[in-house]
Design a protein around this ligand. Structure first.
Ligand SMILES: [Zn+2]
Length: 213
């Protein structure tokens, strides 16, 4: 997707390596000297890869029997095409194949800096993020037990939290789409606000200590 040894490739590696940094506000900022489109591109690829791995691990549990309807919640059903019911394994496979095709299209996701991003790049990114969100929703709502069984809850939470804050900062998903995981989003927002307050408090204490020394 990105050509080895170009700025875009290096930025992709940077985005992939920041998972353990727990300050999400810093984590999602566009790094200095990089364009917003570059940052959106590398993160889109990264989130796609991570979600692909999660769903891959669950794939054998997501069957026509266990998941007859592509749900994101008790009253939320997703359609692949307008009013056309699609079972989750097919829906998710269709989504992943479609996204992979877009990511592999050098006219939409330029592999290096010699090709400009298309004018509709942000719109394409929004479409991808919305579709990825729906898969996160399906995993949380219908496969949380499976995630627990493979011991991947904290990994899923970390990945989703990062995805949520990133999509919110760059307004990549419509408000109503967030509905299925609203309870989780609020929980993560409160967690982060608390952490930020503690960081500020620590900073103030350090400053006053430095002044006293
Ligand atoms: Zn399923």
């Amino acid at each position: 997707m990105f050509i080895f040894c170009t700025n875009r490739y290096n930025l992709h590696k940077f985005a992939a390596g920041t998972l353990n940094n727990s300050n999400y506000q810093i984590l999602i900022e566009v790094p200095e000297e990089n364009s917003l489109n570059d940052w959106l591109a590398v993160n889109t690829v990264e989130f796609y890869n991570r979600l692909n791995l999660f769903y891959g691990a669950l794939r054998s549990n997501c069957t026509n029997e266990s998941c007859p309807i592509m749900k994101g919640g008790p009253n939320i059903e997703y359609y692949w095409k307008r009013k056309k019911k699609t079972i989750p394994p097919d829906y998710i496979e269709n989504v992943m194949v479609l996204i992979e095709k877009i990511l592999d299209n050098p006219k939409v996701f330029p592999p290096d800096e010699s090709v400009k991003f298309p004018k509709n790049f942000k719109r394409v990114t929004k479409e991808i993020f919305t579709k990825l969100y729906r898969i996160f929703a399906h995993i949380y709502v219908c496969h949380f037990q499976d995630i627990e069984n493979i011991g991947a809850v904290s990994h899923l939470n970390t990945t989703y939290k990062h995805f949520y804050f990133f999509s919110r900062k760059f307004k990549l998903i419509k408000k109503r789409e967030y509905e299925p995981l609203k309870f989780l989003n609020i929980k993560f927002e409160i967690q982060e606000e608390k952490k930020e307050k503690e960081r500020q408090k620590q900073l103030q204490e350090n400053n006053s200590q430095n002044k006293n020394n």
